[in-house]
Design a binder for this molecule. Structure first.
Ligand SMILES: Cc1cc2nc3c(=O)[nH]c(=O)nc-3n(C[C@H](O)[C@H](O)[C@H](O)COP(=O)(O)OP(=O)(O)OC[C@H]3O[C@@H](n4cnc5c(N)ncnc54)[C@H](O)[C@@H]3O)c2cc1C
Length: 383
């Protein structure tokens, strides 16, 4: 729900067509399963292959590697449609992992993994956070030491999205324990099928995002080929993460705006239908003013986001602006959703109502992909 006749400047006929097919697919295949997915705390395994067959996975990866051959505009419509439908499905994590491989993988690595990720045969996860290191990624402890043609990996990761089904993990490890901080960190790709010493914990008991599988990962003397290192040399991992995190943060912004717009739409409808004191809730001036404020804020967010998307597509979006977008858009999302819960009254607190789920699902947006305080630190560094 955008304002008036506003059109995102990055929208074109091809992206509109993708939106239509993605929307139909999500409505037919995913929406009816949501209650069950939430209960089982993860999507169905088959969802990955059917998403791949529909073009939902890796829409902005070149066709030569099995992707959709589009731009971030294509990725954005997939994320928007998932957010609007209230479906948690880790397609964005799949894209994030693919972009690490695209940016730093060898030609052989790209050909080996990307087409299978696009088809949904491989499910990607990005594993940076550890029990003792989240915002402060320089202090990770998971290690990989070289032993002949292999790395031997030890350690654990937590809060990992897509972990339950993950068959291809982009893992942040210390490859040089003697070097403190950023320089000793590398990214390695772990193929988990039949991998000795690798274990996934049970799904973490989150307050929201119930349909998304988020688990701990454990590595005990896990041997992976040394050729699974991402990039030409060890020690580049931290800088690779810093280069790629803007993609993830912009994606968080996309889902934030889409959910905020959806919250205003469902709340407007609810307020028009529900009556109190003999009139529709919508006829109370406070309700109309609050919704007017929410719609205005969502629109400001939309215009800022669209500007970021255009600049990203043109290769001109900087890290500072992305940090601004991630922090402001997710704060804005949470403000709007919270206000919309208020306008629903008690029903806004009932899990069966979409607005209640938006409330619990949105909260993490201010924390993941780097807490908003870290975003403000990044912005402050530019002052
Ligand atoms: C549902 C969910 C999914 C996730 N998915 C993934 C995933 O797929 N892969 C992955 O690697 N991680 C994932 N994460 C982890 C997420 O990225 C981290 O939770 C986040 O980076 C914060 O790290 P932390 O939880 O260790 O918080 P901490 O680092 O302990 O920070 C706690 C709080 O302290 C404050 N703070 C910290 N540092 C600063 C600072 N420098 N200045 C000011 N304030 C500060 C902030 O308010 C911050 O929120 C996920 C988390 C959740 C909840």
């Amino acid at each position: 729900m955008t304002s008036g006749n506003y059109q995102s400047p990055w929208m074109n006929e091809e992206v509109r067509t993708l939106r239509k097919s993605v929307r139909e697919f999500i409505q037919e295949q995913f929406v009816p399963q949501q209650a069950r997915w939430r209960q089982q705390r993860r999507p169905d395994a088959e969802a990955w292959m059917s998403a791949g067959a529909t073009g939902l996975l890796l829409p902005d990866v070149p066709e030569a590697y099995g992707g959709g051959g589009g731009t971030f505009a294509h990725e954005a419509v997939v994320l928007e449609e998932l957010a609007r439908a209230g479906v948690q499905f880790g397609a964005i994590i799949q894209s994030i992992v693919a972009h690490y491989i695209l940016a730093y993988g060898s030609e052989e690595q790209k050909r080996k993994w990307l087409p299978r990720m696009a088809r949904g045969e491989l499910v990607g996860a990005i594993a940076m956070s550890e029990p003792g290191a989240g915002s402060d990624l320089q202090s990770i402890k998971a290690s990989a030491h070289r032993d002949g043609d292999h790395y031997v990996v030890n350690g654990s990761k937590t809060f990992i999205t897509n972990a339950w089904y993950a068959s291809l993990i982009c893992l942040a490890v210390k490859t040089d324990a003697k070097v403190a901080g950023a320089k000793g960190i590398s990214l390695v790709i772990v193929e988990t099928k039949d991998l000795a010493g690798y274990q996934v914990g049970s799904s973490l008991d989150k307050v929201g995002m119930h349909a998304q599988d988020t688990c701990e990962l454990f590595f005990n003397e896990v041997r992976i080929p040394a050729s699974n290192l991402l990039g030409p040399a060890e020690g580049k991992g931290f800088f690779q993460m810093m280069e790629q995190l803007p993609y993830e943060r912009l994606a968080v912004g996309v889902s934030a705006v889409a959910m905020a717009e959806e919250a205003v739409a469902v709340t407007t409808k609810y307020a028009q239908e529900r009556t109190a004191f003999g009139k529709a809730l919508f006829d109370f001036q406070n309700t109309r003013f609050k919704l007017a404020e929410c719609k205005t804020e969502a629109h400001i967010g939309r215009v800022f986001l669209d500007n970021c998307i255009e600049r990203f597509i043109a290769g001109r979006l900087d890290e500072i602006t992305t940090a601004m977008a991630k922090y402001w858009l997710t704060d804005c999302q949470c403000r709007i959703v919270d206000e919309c819960v208020q306008l629903h009254g008690g029903y806004g607190y009932m899990a069966e109502y979409p607005i209640a789920r938006m409330w619990t699902d949105s909260r993490v947006q201010r924390i993941c992909a780097g807490p908003n305080e870290i975003m403000k630190e990044l912005v402050a560094c530019s002052l």
